[in-house]
Design a protein around this ligand. Structure first.
Ligand code: SF4
Length: 772
């Protein structure tokens, strides 16, 4: 089966069994890979009404057919499960190197089912698959565990782990990989914790069969040339997504003080340039990526020292502006803490921001916060609260459930500023004056996440107050962007470097031999979108537009400050946007895919509950003839995004501009009890891997894409794996208790043939990257 490893690995933790099954041609054609495979498997195999933390939920780790090939950004993987945060389909996409390793080990997908009674990790070394004891790792941080496993197994294993937050079933626990890449959203780390699965370690040595080697090589090179020639590349290599911070403030979209505003007065202290100057030590890339958007940072104060990947934009937005923390070292500290505790920085920033607003409004006080002074800007209190959440101590136990649940418990009007959709906390764009972006958050299948349709640039391009045409753009993006998750690719090369989408279809055809064009791939993406909608309706019931509901803050409160001051989106506008969206999707006015749409996509043959089938018989939604009138308020220039003069803090506003709490990033007592990680990669050090051996290319197959261009040291993508991170004796000494399916003895491998993808210098001139 060209382009695919051709096998699904199934691991049952209750029975301690491992088996493999073939990937079918139909599955590949209909669902492509990654997120498509995950949605299909979970819909078919997780019964309606399953407890997300119960034995019958499954964790799917799925790569796509382009992962591990020569296509730029070919290092993405999807982790998915019935989400404990939303109670519906949930997934998260992660970069790094583990997608590649999984494919080289001979598998497209891992399905983890059942539950272990004691902590375990999954060991995969080609055909050798074992469920190993992880008791010695339980309770340790995610970053620390990765270090320990690398010491124990070898640096050539690619590893993903959970931290204490996952073990303690915090609903927004993430899965961590490559010392700073995370599958952050929807609680896939929580599902791993519920299964007592601490980590997955993979090493592979196989090749990926290609349908047409020469064509695959040609299109891969062409795509690389396109990337290297784009003028925005240099900016991305220098600042990564942190370069978006200034732009987001200048358009009034930067979440500030729990989304009360879209403008943070201290934003310049958090910019990509400040970050680069003060804390960044190295650039870091996922497999086969010339953009190296990862920034590896180092902070040292009299009380603490740590290395962290980031902060990237979303983290800076949610634990910077959203908590009114205005110092880059402090944001990096909270970032590092979340990474090691193993929780999603987006949800964690929302949860802490929500608690701070409750405190500000006297809904919570010290008697209810275990004595913590939860004022905006208080770094020490933020760190202490995150520890409590990860351990589920005191107030942390409630907040570990996420803002939807916490606000329902706390009441007193706090539901209005619980910033979430479908139970998932909102990511980094305040959208009251961006109807397309607002619609993309409301209709995202996993809840309030930006990656499905990042439509804010469309708002800016066609008019931020306008609601017409917005739904069309959102639908289009919701097919294009998830397509990358299905292919196993990063989308940033397309978004930021304007890569022609048709070239991805060319690559897909050359690699798999499936003669699809771009429209065919987008049709598959639409199929998956409708399937996850069915999943939502099946698990959460027929609730009409309630599924796609905005937090009240956005239609009841005008933006108090910044370039969008006075803006609000009305309920009528939201209603209009949803009706238009449902119509374009071929859904009923209650947001149910019609029978016609299900048949068109071949989904009518799925096992669909009777109540959904009845609801699907209703007609397609109709867009109201005239859009609602805009509520009157002071207009803001439409082209504000293009040129924003020095914006000043509004002196009178209902929120207190709080100072960055401490001058020191964090006093000793707030620091985690674990020692700071040892230096993973000193600045001067070359990547910790041995010099790459360029593999001999087999006929019609590619081993590892060899990066031909030697990259300057600065732009190289070093592995941050510490060479001597922690004493080896700290690793558990237990032998593997349950060896399951060692078809042959573990091969004693030579040094890994990792090609160490390097970046080449940018050719283009500087042009600020303003999008994401
Ligand atoms: Fe990874 Fe960033 Fe490259 Fe995407 S652009 S593959 S996230 S390094």
């Amino acid at each position: 089966m060209n382009g695919y490893a051709g096998k699904i690995l199934r691991v049952n933790l209750s029975k301690g069994e491992v088996s493999t099954e073939p990937l079918t041609d139909k599955m590949a054609r209909d669902y492509i890979g990654g997120r498509g495979f995950a949605a299909k498997i979970l819909y078919d195999e997780v019964p309606k009404g399953t407890d997300p933390l119960g034995e019958h939920n499954k964790l799917v780790i799925a790569s796509g057919p382009l992962a591990g090939t020569l296509v730029p950004g070919a290092g993405k993987i999807t982790l998915a499960a019935l989400s404990p945060a939303t109670g519906s389909y949930g997934d998260s996409n992660m970069g790094g190197h583990i997608a590649t390793e999984l494919r080289y080990a001979g598998y497209d997908v891992i399905i983890v089912e059942g539950k272990s009674t004691y902590p375990v990790y999954l060991y995969i070394d080609d055909e050798v698959v074992e469920i190993r004891d992880a008791t010695g790792y339980w309770g340790k941080g995610a970053l620390q565990t990765e270090t320990l496993l690398k010491c124990s197994l070898g640096d050539d294993f690619q590893i993903c782990t959970i931290g204490p937050a996952g073990e303690n079933l915090v609903k927004y626990a993430c899965v961590s990989h490559d010392f700073g890449r995370q599958a952050g959203r929807t609680g896939t780390g929580t599902v791993m914790g519920s299964k007592k699965l601490k980590a997955v370690a993979i090493r592979g040595s196989k090749s990926i069969p290609l349908a047409n080697f020469n064509e695959a090589l040609k299109i891969g090179r062409e795509l690389f040339r396109d990337c290297m020639a784009h003028p925005a590349l240099k900016e991305w290599q220098d600042y990564g997504t942190a370069g978006v911070v200034e732009w987001a403030n200048e358009i009034g979209a930067f979440p500030t003080r729990n989304f009360q505003s879209g403008y943070f007065e201290d934003y310049k202290n958090l910019s990509g340039k400040v970050m680069r100057k003060h804390i960044v030590k190295n650039d870091k890339a996922c497999f086969c990526c010339p953009m190296n958007c990862g920034k590896y940072s180092h902070v040292k104060t009299p009380t603490i020292e740590f290395y962290v990947e980031g902060p990237e934009y979303e983290t800076t937005a949610l634990v910077g502006g959203n908590l009114a923390i205005g110092k880059i070292e402090d944001v990096a500290y909270i970032n590092w803490l979340c990474d090691d505790l193993g929780m999603d920085t987006i949800s964690a920033g929302n949860v802490v921001g929500f608690a701070m607003e409750c405190y500000e409004k006297n809904i919570l006080n010290k008697s209810k916060t275990d004595g913590l002074e939860l004022k905006f800007g208080n770094v020490v209190a933020t760190a202490a609260l995150l520890h409590k959440i990860a351990k589920r101590e005191g107030i942390g136990d409630l907040l570990a459930e996420g803002v939807r649940f916490a606000s329902e418990k706390i009441g007193k009007g706090s539901e209005k500023f619980a910033i979430q959709v479908k139970g998932l906390e909102w990511s980094g764009y305040e959208s009251r004056n961006a109807p397309a972006m607002m619609l993309s958050y409301l209709t995202s299948d996993i809840g309030a996440h930006h990656n499905r349709a990042w439509a804010i640039t469309h708002d800016i391009a066609v008019g931020r107050d306008q609601v017409e045409s917005k739904a069309q753009k959102v639908v289009q993006l919701q097919h294009i962007r998830p397509m990358f998750d299905m292919l196993g690719l990063c989308r940033l090369q397309w978004v930021e470097l304007a890569i022609d989408l048709n070239k991805y279809a060319t690559a897909f055809k050359a690699i798999t031999g499936i003669p699809y064009n771009l429209d065919d791939l987008l049709k598959a993406s639409e199929r998956v979108w409708n399937l996850t909608r069915l999943f939502l309706l099946r698990e959460q019931g027929l609730k009409g537009k309630e599924h796609d509901k905005s937090p009240a803050r956005f239609y009841e409160e005008r933006v108090p400050s910044g370039p969008t001051k006075g803006k609000v989106i009305s309920k009528e506008e939201i209603q209009y946007l949803l009706d238009d969206y449902y119509r374009l999707r071929g859904w009923t006015s209650d947001g149910v895919p019609t029978m016609g749409k299900l048949k068109e996509l071949g989904l009518d043959v799925m096992d669909i509950p009777q109540d959904i089938l009845e609801a699907a018989k209703k007609p397609v939604a109709v867009t109201p003839k005239t859009p609602p009138k805009k509520a009157s308020f002071k207009e803001v220039p439409a082209k504000i995004a293009e040129k924003v003069p020095a914006l000043k803090v509004e002196p009178k506003k209902p929120i207190q501009p709080s100072k960055p709490a401490a001058k020191k990033p964090a006093p000793k007592k707030a620091a985690p009890s674990k020692p700071a990680p040892k230096k993973p990669a000193p600045k001067k050090a070359a990547p910790s891997k041995p010099a790459p051996k360029k593999p001999a290319l087999k006929k019609a197959a590619v081993s590892r894409p060899a990066a031909k261009k030697p990259a300057p040291k600065k732009a190289a993508a070093p592995r941050p794996a510490a060479k001597k991170p922690l004493p080896k004796k700290a690793a558990p000494t237990k032998p593997a208790p349950k060896k399951t399916a060692p078809k042959k003895a573990a091969p004693s491998k030579p040094a890994p043939k990792k090609p160490a993808i390097k970046s080449s210098p940018a050719k283009g001139k500087k042009a600020p990257a303003k999008k994401r």
